[in-house]
Structure formats: C-alpha cells, structure tokens
Design a protein around this ligand. Structure first.
Ligand SMILES: [Cu+2]
Length: 504
C-alpha cells in the first residue's frame, strides 16, 4: 500500500507532532497491558499516515488501539489514517467490524448511493464485514469518516473512531501548487473533548449528558491531549474538524502576544470558497470543518477556543423550564487545545485571490419548516418525528425536480448541528443568532463566514432560525434513503434522526 508523504512526515515539519504520536502509537499498537491486541502483521505507525482511499483494501474498527484504551480505524498499519482521494476515484474497500457491537462507516459529506453511505440499515454485527463500492464525486475538500450505527454512534465516535478524508480536484491542485504540502505546511487537526478517569476515557453519559450531549473537560487534537504541533515559519494551512460529540468551538490561533492572528478562511464542509475571507475565529459545531491559512513567525502559538458547557440546572435536576426541559444554560469559557511550535524556517505562500467557482444552486421550488423539540425520556424530535427504521419524514422527494428551502427553527436552549447525508447545501439566512455567534456575521443575511460555501452540517444555535437551500439532485438516480440528523451524537442516538425518501 502506498503511503503519501510518510518520509516527509518523519523528517519534516510535523516532527514535533510525530514525536508525541510515535510513543502513543507504539504503546497502542504494541499492545501494552490492557491495551488490546496488536493487529496481526501490521507495523506500528509514526504520526498521521496518509493513505490513498482507492488503495485501502480493508478498514478495521478495533478497540484498544489508541492511548487510554481508546478505539480507532486501522488500515495499512495506521490508526485513523488520513485517507486521500481524487474526484472521480473508484473506491472498493471492505469494512471489518472488530468492535463488540454493531457498526458501519459513514463518509461524512460525500455524495454516494445510500447503500454505501453508512445508513444503519446496513450496520454489521461484531466480526462482520461490509463492502463499499462507490465513486468519489465531491469537490476537492476536507471530509471525514466515522461510525454510524443506531444506537452506538455516540459511544464509538467518543471512543476515538474517526479520520479525515481529503478529496483533491483541479481547484485544490491549484492551491496546493501555490506551495502547500500535506503533512508539512498543510495539516489536518481533529478536535475532540473527553472525560478522563484513571488514565482512561470511558463513555458513561448521565441522563443530563444525554439531554445536553456529552461534554468532556480534556481536549484531544488527533487523539493526543494538549499536543505540541511543530510547524515551519511562513504560511500554514490548517484543516480543522470538530470531531466532538456535542461541544461547539470558536477556534482561533493566538500569538505570543496573546492576540488572535488574522486568518484566511479558504474552505468549509463542501470544499473551497470562491475567495478567501479574513477571519480571526471560526465557529465549528460537531461535524463541521474549516480550512484556514495563517502566517506564523518563529515562536510558540496556541490553538485556542471558546467553548460552552452546560451550566448546572437551576432548581435541581428535576426542575423543569420551558418546553419541559431541565433549566439549562450554556456558559462560555476559553480553553487551549494545542501548542504550535515554530522553530524552523519555511516558505511564504501566495494564496490565490480566486479559489474556486462554487456551483450555483437552482432557485427553490418549495419550502419546508422544521422545528426541534424534546420528545420525552431524553429523546428529541425533528419536525415531530423521532427515529425509527420504517418511517420517513418526507416521502416522494424528487431528485430531478425538487430544490427546497428548509427553515430550521431551534426553540431549545441547546445548539443542534444539523447534518444531511447525500447532499451539500447552501445557507441562506440566520435570524435570532444568540451570543455564541455574536460578532461573526459577515453579511446582511446574518451568515457567518463559514456559511459562505457548500455545507453538509449547519449549526442551529439556541433560539436561532436558519434557512438552507437543498437541491435534491446530487446526480445519483434510483431510490435513495438519506438521513437528516443532529450531529450532537447523544441527540442522534436518542431519536434526533429521520429518513428522507428521494426518487427520480
Ligand atoms: Cu441536537
């Protein structure tokens, strides 16, 4: 199996990260006491490994392959490898589920036939396999893969099963050729929060956690707590992924003077923006991605975020507020996620002023309005429906005819990052944005910089109404059953997911 940039990783700009991760990966794959068995015949890897998606024969979900006994996907001897594909690539790989519970893989953001999309109808039992066969049809961009069984997504993602899936196309080639190199000055950083207890991070949500989503207090970047990321001076491209179960981040890079650096936002969920947008922070709900370009000099920097924690309920856990929910609130605080150490000279890169033509979406033919409500017993509903396999929130949606405006209304005190499978959509408007998003709007429609490209996940903040434009024609024909769900994974596991039935 071909490895991309492996040699460069070992000697290159990620050496610091690699140093942190070498030990971690060795311990994990070496199978220390209580760490689980080492995959047969596979050597430990050093640092993030880049693998061609089309050349991955088998992707295994395994327990105990990461530090703290956490879980991961194993391919080519690497844990949670960064998979790299080219638009148009044919993918034929086998998922093997070595977990103790059913699982299936979802290619988050990719437009694929629903039989290869990780719908839980296709989850396989422990020891089972599932064969994926699809063509990569998306624009170049930063996507990711993670488990999607029902229930169990929340636990499996929390335990560490997640990886990046980078798609390349002609537009991202131009950007790369301007001077970015994967693993050198183009790095992928997945942010996650967990609760540490006795050197492990077990998944054991309380009823309150199920209602609010599981919020941890220890922060991991690519599976490592408070890592040092070594970059070179000059221009760096950071691909940020919020891989957390529930936590929302306003992320920034802070300099030695403790001030937020100016950054260029160049890409979001569904690939490159039309042109770079100057920002100092990006708001990322669970599942969302943002690519930012930042200029670094010699010295130490901090990847920092404002995050929100559920405040203790007023009136005790049994106290009920509006909508029959516990009295909940979210309180912001600042956390340092990673240290960026710049000790080597690098290159300045001129980012093109025109990045890509984001495809136009046809004018809408119809509209739907959807609200999110608690449905009792820790469950949540979308448009009045909670998850079951047999029912569809919408039937007879027409791929060839329907372009829809969806008005997503969140009357609850909890943010809901809403994700649609099989499509990339546009964000049209935000109304009623709360403090969490204040100061981030960049146009008269209340949109954030991260709303200005193609999206597969949109954060609907407490009290907010967000309009999105969904073109049901993703180029795939035949009957499709796609999912629309909250990417707060406790919400997803507790009913906040529905089927959509799309036909020609
Ligand atoms: Cu939710």
């Amino acid at each position: 199996m071909k490895r991309i940039g492996r040699r460069r990783l070992l000697i290159g700009a990620l050496a610091g990260t690699a140093a942190v991760l070498v030990g971690a990966a060795l311990t994990a794959l070496g199978g220390g006491p209580g760490m689980g068995a080492r995959p047969r015949g596979e050597a430990p890897s050093a640092g993030p490994t880049f693998l061609r998606l089309g050349e991955v024969g088998t992707l295994e979900a395994r327990e105990g392959v990461m530090p703290m006994g956490r879980w991961g996907y194993v391919a080519g001897g690497a844990v949670n490898p960064v998979l790299v594909a080219r638009r148009g690539d044919a993918v034929d790989l086998t998922f093997r589920n070595m977990l103790g519970a059913p699982s299936i893989v979802h290619w988050h953001g990719l437009e694929v036939d629903w039989r290869h999309d990780g719908h839980p109808s296709y989850q396989v039992a422990s020891g089972g396999t599932y064969r994926y066969s699809f063509t990569v049809r998306n624009r170049g961009g930063t996507y990711w893969y993670h488990p999607h069984p029902m229930p169990g997504t929340a636990e499996q993602a929390y335990m560490g099963l997640a990886g990046f899936l980078i798609v390349e196309d002609a537009d991202t080639d131009v950007l790369r050729d301007s001077g970015f190199e994967l693993g050198v000055n183009d790095v992928a950083l997945a942010i996650q929060d967990v609760r540490l207890s006795g050197g492990a991070a077990p998944y054991s949500p309380t009823m309150m956690d199920i209602m609010m989503g599981m919020h941890g207090w220890a922060f991991l970047v690519n599976g490592v707590q408070s890592p040092q990321i070594a970059l070179r001076a000059g221009t760096n491209r950071l691909r940020l992924l919020n891989a957390s179960n529930a936590r929302v981040y306003r992320a920034s890079v802070v300099g030695p003077d403790n001030r937020q650096l100016p950054m260029k936002l160049i890409a979001v969920d569904g690939g490159l923006l039309e042109r770079p947008i100057e920002v100092r922070e990006v708001l990322l709900g669970p599942g969302e991605r943002a690519e930012v370009v930042v200029e670094l000099g010699m010295g130490a920097y901090t990847l920092r975020a404002t995050t929100w924690d559920p405040a203790p309920p007023r009136g005790g856990p049994m106290g009920r507020g509006p909508m029959g929910m516990p009295h909940v609130a979210l309180t912001g605080r600042t956390v340092d996620l990673a240290t960026i150490v710049v000790g080597e000279r690098g290159e300045a890169v001129d980012v093109p002023a025109e990045l890509s033509a984001v495809p136009e979406t046809a004018p809408p033919s119809s509209g739907r309005r959807l609200s999110f409500f608690p449905a009792g017993h820790g469950r949540w509903s979308i448009g009045g429906m909670t998850w079951n396999y047999r029912d569809y929130l919408y039937r007879h949606m027409s791929a060839s005819r329907d372009v829809e405006v969806w008005t997503l209304h969140n009357p609850s005190p909890i943010p809901h990052p809403m994700h649609i499978h099989g499509y990339q959509f546009r964000v049209l408007r935000r109304v009623g944005t709360p403090e969490m998003g204040w100061g981030l709007a960049v146009d008269g429609a209340g949109r954030l910089a991260t709303d200005l490209g193609l999206k597969d996940t949109v954060l609907v903040m407490p009290g907010e109404t967000v309009e999105i434009l969904v073109d049901l024609d993703n180029g795939l024909r035949g009957q499709q059953v796609y999912l629309f769900h909250c990417h707060n994974l406790e919400h997803e596991d507790h009913g906040m997911m529905v089927n959509l039935y799309v036909e020609d």
